[in-house]
Design a protein around this ligand. Structure first.
Ligand SMILES: [Zn+2]
Ligand SMILES: [Zn+2]
Length: 318
């Protein structure tokens, strides 16, 4: 796979430590990371096999599910179960087990927050179990064609028909379900150009997908429309929906609240402004990384390694 990378994208791979840190957040063991970087998807799926899915009750009929991939959520009730995101294909037995432990209601819908593998790879298995897949138009588009994530040396083939969302929307969707109003709203390009949030309005639970990494620097996918500015705007839009008691599910990291989201926005804005000033003064990406502009933030936010990959993404997407 690396043979297909041009020199420019190869330079972007310089921050291997950062990529490893992200891989770790995605549930990869050190041993898996030490393997040749030619099959990251295979390594992630191995983590899906070995990692159980833990459930945490957030509301009378809503649970947070956490396993190897992105954070999931489930809403239960007589209208049928709604699942948000599907982790890796190999996690499907764990997801089914976690759902069965909290509900015997019929399957209804699987909603994808965005197109990334750690959120949609289990779609085919959950679809086969009776869930119809709902997502933004561009999630369907990106899953329907082969894709590449250069930072991770990852080539992702088009997904099989059973995994592709069958119901899609361009802006928003609202659905009265299991006694709640469930709103799905597309963000302007942020972490990718496919991101949506899911708001259980009565329960006061928000799932923000990967526009929010709680208590760590985020990964932003510049290859599919992501940028630091877009991520800040999306997080601000989300903050406006949150009250002091709102439970906020990030794509990665522990369950959050309004204060966590506010702290995340403050961090992103600080990093954006520092790096924008350095870039404006003419500093190259490598020079900015060498200046360690996030040094005073790293102990709190660089959870599992180097901030260099994040700094590079910010620099390139300003
Ligand atoms: Zn993710
Ligand atoms: Zn993502």
């Amino acid at each position: 796979m690396t043979a297909g990378l041009n020199r420019r994208s190869f330079l972007h791979l310089g921050a291997t430590a950062g990529a490893a840190a992200l891989a770790e957040r995605w549930g990869l063991s050190q041993a898996a990371q030490a393997a040749a970087p030619t099959d990251r998807a295979g390594q992630m799926r191995a983590a899906g096999t070995s990692t159980p899915v833990k459930s945490t009750k957030l509301h009378a009929n809503i649970w947070l599910l956490q396993g190897a991939g992105g954070n999931m959520a489930v809403q239960t009730g007589k209208d049928g179960i709604i699942l948000i995101d599907s982790s890796f294909a190999t996690a499907v037995p764990h997801i089914k087990e976690a759902i069965a432990a909290v509900s015997s209601d019929a399957p209804h819908a699987l909603i994808n927050t965005h197109w990334h593998i750690d959120h949609v790879d289990g779609n085919e298995g959950m679809h086969a179990a009776g869930y119809k897949v709902i997502a933004h138009d561009k999630t369907k588009m990106r899953m329907s064609e082969p894709a590449e994530m250069k930072l991770f040396h990852m080539a992702i083939p088009a997904y099989p028909a059973g995994a592709i969302p069958s119901t899609t929307f361009p802006d928003s969707m609202k659905h009265d379900h299991n006694g709640d109003t469930v709103e799905l709203v597309h963000y302007d390009p942020a972490h990718t150009d496919t991101d949506i949030y899911i708001h259980f309005q009565n329960a006061d639970v928000l799932h923000l997908g990967d526009i929010f990494f709680n208590k760590s620097y985020p990964f932003i996918d510049e290859g599919s429309g992501g940028s630091i500015g877009g991520t800040i705007s999306a997080a601000q839009k989300s903050l406006a929906l949150a009250g002091d008691k709102t439970k906020i599910i990030p794509g990665h990291g522990p369950l959050g609240d309004k204060a966590d989201l506010k702290a995340y926005i403050d961090m992103l804005s600080t990093v954006h402004d520092k790096i924008a000033a350095l870039k404006k003064s003419g500093a190259s990406e490598q020079e900015v990384i060498a200046k360690k502009p996030t040094a005073d933030l790293d102990s709190a936010w660089a959870k599992s390694g180097s901030p260099d990959m994040f700094i590079g993404i910010v620099y390139r997407t300003i």
